[in-house]
Design a protein around this ligand. Structure first.
Ligand code: GLC
Length: 651
């Protein structure tokens, strides 16, 4: 059951798609107050688990820390952080009752989940204008399903998006991209997508390509398509300020850029240097920007990733003006009593929240400060493209995912988990974010496999790929200047070929489960406690997940190990995809086990009396032969395989 509590005059975020009448009933758990801002408080029972909050650091059970919804370009995904790129204001209290709470509020919102006082849950914001949706149900699963129904169906990507993709910030020339594809294909390493980071553009200008490298871009896209490769260009939020650049000229002329209080176009430095932000909250500007994707669609592109849309800000004129006198004082010898002041002074320049109070959106004819609607920017960038695609390419699904999002964006695209590091702990973080994101509607997701920042090692990439085999978005991506980590950069390429091959063997199952999850408002990845709520061990597991209705995954996320401990809430069949193409199969009883998993093996666990389809290895999604499908798992079990053409939009 869904109740809508209305406070003041909320901003219409359009996160929710169903019409729900306002309720005057009290909350079924907890109390709310509107003195000195809004506050919801709830006394947690010792056994309550708190799920949700989508993209965030720390546990699947979010208890015991302080989180702030405030979209920020945060490159350090460490436990001390309170905010990341997205704002997913949904929590689920799981105890004797099951209660979901969605705080539909577009600016800074704080979730104190037992941080200040261990058993006290407090959600608060400065404003008293918001909607709070309260969802009660019979189980955690039931609450999530109702919430997902409320916010609308999750995005459905094309089937090729379930293949593997290679990326690296630094591929620049037409030959750089060609060589990656050539080396993948020559080594029979399966691949479907090649990502184009900012260097494919002409001086980082959105909706351009470097004319010297790509004089006939449509022909280049075709050349790639002939090898079953989809190019995935990046689109950044900031539009370069440059006289004569059509997107800039048009945006300026039509007043489609965010403004300063004095009405001038707000300038901010990002990759291209000075840029303006399109006003994605203004419906006309949103439509205009979305239709700009046509430039690439018309060249045959059918996939995009939207970036820097928290929005990311390196510096502003205002920030520089504030910094100058402080720097000058330091250069003149005034370090005060703190010799480390110099670096502290300069780091405030980028992603400075003060800058978000310096620009405005035009909404219903009124100027609205970004600070008050901050978390809706990335959502509306992706929405602008998603809405345009239904007009520009009505018969085709387009792959799209975004770095920043708010609840509602899940209807238009997926997300990736941002700039992680080549750290073992980030494999585990990748796993933990999956169910939390799914609760908030984001099904098409994954992390930069191998890690974005820092240098990867062979074993880390292999272990991470063995988790990525299961995530809808399976992409190896890394930053400029880091060690090369394409699958052919390490010794014994055959191990990488095998792990990627396992992904392709699982595509019929993964696609089927993804589509069922999207069409039925369900999660693809569930915490164990959702499936085994009575099992107190299962309720505490933070490093295994249920995937679909048939399997459990338990990836290896520590270096120099030959296996791991795993907890089975019921008897399961332990399967390993061995490098020779055969399967290792063993029935394991309920309880704790140590399972051996070599670096070149992919483990999974099939639930009792279930089975899943696997096919033969293919080197791209269109080459997958469904005639080779066989069932693995428990004999006599049945599986209902969903399939479609993978291209036609489902409305
Ligand atoms: C941001 C993105 C990253 C990309 C880089 C350059 O850091 O998160 O994925 O490679 O910008 O475009």
């Amino acid at each position: 059951m869904v109740k809508k509590h209305v406070y003041g005059t909320p901003f219409e975020t359009e996160a929710v798609v169903l019409t729900v009448a306002a309720s005057s009933d009290p909350f079924s758990v907890g109390v709310s107050s509107v003195e000195n801002g809004y506050q919801f408080t709830y006394e947690m029972a010792d056994t309550d688990l708190i799920f949700g909050l989508g993209e965030n650091t720390r546990g699947i059970n979010k208890r015991g820390y302080l989180y702030t919804s405030y979209c920020i370009d945060e490159k350090d995904h460490t436990e001390d952080k309170h905010s990341m790129y997205s704002a997913h204001n949904f929590i689920l209290i799981s105890g004797t009752s099951h209660v979901g709470l969605f705080f539909d509020y577009p600016s800074r919102l704080t979730f104190d989940l037992g941080y200040t006082v261990q058993n006290q849950l407090t959600v608060s914001c400065d404003s008293t204008d918001l909607y709070v949706y309260e969802i009660t149900g019979d189980s955690d699963e039931d609450v999530v399903k109702q919430f997902r129904h409320l916010i609308g169906r999750s995005y459905i990507p094309p089937k090729f998006a379930f293949g593997f993709g290679q990326s690296r910030w630094g591929y620049k020339t037409a030959d750089d991209f060609r060589n990656v594809v050539k080396t993948y294909r020559e080594n029979h390493l399966p691949i479907d997508m090649l990502y184009m980071d900012i260097d494919y553009m002409d001086h980082f200008k959105d909706f351009t390509v470097n004319p010297e490298e790509f004089p006939d871009f449509a022909a280049y896209v075709d050349e790639m398509k002939a090898q079953n490769i989809h190019l995935v260009p990046i689109i950044d939020a900031g539009v370069k300020v440059e006289d004569g650049y059509d997107v800039y000229e048009e945006g300026k002329e039509k007043n489609y850029f965010c403004k300063r209080a004095d009405g001038s176009d707000f300038a901010v430095a990002v990759w291209p240097g000075w840029t303006h932000f399109p006003d994605f909250l203004n419906p006309d500007a949103r439509k205009w920007f979305g239709h700009k994707y046509e430039f690439l669609l018309s060249k045959g592109i059918d996939a995009f990733w939207n970036d820097m849309n928290e929005p990311a800000t390196f510096y502003t004129e205002e920030g520089l003006a504030e910094l100058r006198p402080k720097l000058q004082a330091i250069l003149d010898g005034d370090l005060g009593d703190n010799p480390s002041r110099l670096s502290a002074t300069t780091t405030v320049l980028s992603h400075n929240p003060k800058d978000f109070s310096r620009f405005y959106h035009k909404i219903d004819g009124k100027m609205v400060c970004n600070e008050t609607v901050h978390n809706l920017f990335g959502y509306n960038m992706t929405r602008s493209a998603g809405e345009a695609f239904t007009e520009l390419v009505p018969d085709k699904r387009i792959l799209m995912f975004s770095r920043s999002s708010y609840i509602g964006m899940h209807r238009y695209g997926g997300t990736w988990m941002g700039d992680n590091k080549s750290w073992w702990s980030h494999i585990l973080l990748n796993l933990k974010m999956l169910p939390s994101l799914n609760m908030c509607g984001i099904l098409y997701t994954g992390a930069d496999l191998g890690g974005f920042l820092c240098n990867a090692t062979r074993d880390l990439v292999l272990r991470w790929l063995a988790l990525g085999v299961f995530t809808p978005l399976m992409r190896n991506h890394t930053a400029l200047g880091t060690r090369e980590q394409e699958c052919y950069q390490f010794e014994h390429i055959e191990d990488f070929r095998h792990v990627l091959g396992v992904r392709y063997r699982l595509v019929p199952y993964l696609y089927s489960e993804y589509m069922k999850a999207a069409l039925n408002d369900e999660m693809l990845f569930r915490p164990l406690s959702f499936v085994y709520p009575e099992d107190t061990h299962a309720r505490e597991v933070e490093d295994q997940l249920m995937l679909g209705h048939e399997i459990m995954i338990a990836p290896i996320y520590t270096q120099n190990t030959t296996g791991r401990y795993v907890y089975l809430p019921e008897e399961m069949k332990f399967i390993k995809f061995l490098p020779d193409g055969c399967l290792y199969e063993e029935i394991l009883s309920q309880g704790h086990h140590y399972v051996d998993v070599a670096l070149n093996e992919v483990p999974l666990f099939i639930r009792k009396d279930k089975c899943i389809p696997i096919c033969d290895v293919a080197e791209s999604v269109p080459e997958i032969d469904y005639a080779t499908i066989q069932m693995i798992g428990y004999p006599d079990a049945k599986y209902d395989l969903y399939d479609d053409d993978g291209v036609t939009p489902i409305r």
